[in-house]
Design a binder for this molecule. Structure first.
Ligand code: APR
Length: 258
């Protein structure tokens, strides 16, 4: 059996499947991943240096502008064939859940339900001082597509500066989301990791946890990110090609009654 046939076989037999996704799944929707070179006013910046409370304290307009630019990219983006394949698979397989590190809403817009967001969301900002969520999202309609440095709006309650409600380096993951993710991974018999470099902990430990709990892991990535364990299947290629191909094979299997 080829590696694809083996992966399809595992997928067809699985009773509980978890998709664990990262920036690579949204790359073909035009949203830059975190380890690629940026352009325009962001050229020369490393996203890792922008995703910290320290960076926000030192230069709020830079960090607010960076996330507004990301929000604009997401608002202009559409779910791609990889996002769309997941809810289709959920209709064909027994139990499918989605855990994402992404701060975009492309899984939801593709039709996936109950998506667990480990790194927060771009959609609604919160206050840097009192941590309460914004009452209304900020207006970004006048932002230039290339991005700009923008003074963050003020909290309507305490006048603190607003920040994105995403998880920065050094911050804890949202407790409920993390607990839910760990439970889903411990209970699954197959985890499909899509478009993640697997380097930012603790989320990056979920494929390992799946293997330790006796599940299989399929990786879908443009580069080889497998850890070399048994029960791991590495499918190298673009998520927007590989996930629809897996879906097609499952559909064909259903038609044949396998
Ligand atoms: N299809 C599949 N994989 C892809 C594609 C694609 N079209 N394009 C890129 N990739 C892969 C890359 O090879 C890489 O392994 O997606 C991965 C993207 O890695 P990262 O940019 O590190 O994204 P992610 O793993 O989600 O990062 C984790 O790091 O900076 C933080 O909070 C941020 O949530 C993010 C976290």
């Amino acid at each position: 059996m080829t590696i694809i046939e083996q992966a399809v076989d595992v997928l067809q037999k699985a009773t509980k499947v978890v998709f664990f996704t990262g920036a690579g799944i949204s790359a073909e929707s035009g949203i830059p991943t975190y380890r690629e070179k940026l352009s325009g006013i962001w050229a020369g910046y490393d996203p890792r240096d922008l995703e910290t409370a320290k960076a926000f304290r030192e230069n709020p307009p830079l960090i607010w502008g960076w996330y507004l630019w990301r929000r604009l990219r997401v608002a202009q983006a559409e779910p791609n064939a990889a996002h769309l394949a997941i809810p289709h698979m959920a209709n064909l397989l027994r139990h499918v859940s989605v855990i994402t590190q992404n701060i975009d809403d492309l899984h939801e817009r593709a039709g996936s339900l109950n998506v667990v967001h480990l790194h927060g969301s771009l959609v609604m900002p919160k206050c840097f001082a009192c941590h309460r969520p914004a009452v209304v999202p900020p207006d970004q309609s006048t932002l230039p597509v290339e991005g700009a440095l923008v003074e963050p709006p003020r909290c309507k309650r305490c006048n603190g500066k607003m920040r994105p409600a995403v998880i920065w380096y050094g911050e804890d993951l949202p407790t409920q989301a993390w607990k839910a993710a760990v439970q889903l991974v411990k209970d699954c018999d197959l985890l499909i990791s899509v478009g993640t470099s697997g380097i930012v902990m603790p989320a990056a430990g979920l494929p390992d946890l799946a293997l330790e709990s006796g599940a299989s892991v399929i990786h879908v990535n443009k580069t080889d990110v497998a850890m070399g364990e048994n029960r791991e299947f590495m499918l190298i290629g673009a998520a927007a090609e590989i996930l629809p191909m897996l879906l097609e094979r499952i559909e064909a299997g259903k038609t044949r009654g396998t």
